[in-house]
Write a protein of this length. Structure first.
Length: 88
């Protein structure tokens, strides 16, 4: 794998779905600060076993309890989370 392929891999999102919406995490942007974990009103965001681009743990949601409120997206200083609500 060349350098170009490695960079493309880092910018792919990790997708999680539930009936309310989609949670997209971008490992190439996440520095593992944990603000999203701290601010999540339902406490469904946890540390992942996988490491991010800075060698720190990434985060992942438990979509079963996620209300897709977007708080994690709002507090992420690196824009590493994107929330898409599904139409009702």
């Amino acid at each position: 794998m060349g350098k170009t392929d490695e960079l493309k891999t880092e910018w792919k999102s990790t997708r999680y779905d539930n009936p309310r919406g989609i949670w997209l995490g971008y490992p190439g942007l996440c520095k593992g600060c944990g603000l999203c974990i701290h601010k999540c009103p339902t406490k469904v965001i946890v540390w992942s076993e996988e490491l991010g681009v800075y060698g720190t743990p990434r985060v992942k949601p438990n979509m079963e309890g996620c209300i897709v409120c977007g708080m994690c997206q709002m507090v992420c200083p690196d824009c590493a989370i994107r929330i898409e609500k599904k139409p009702v």
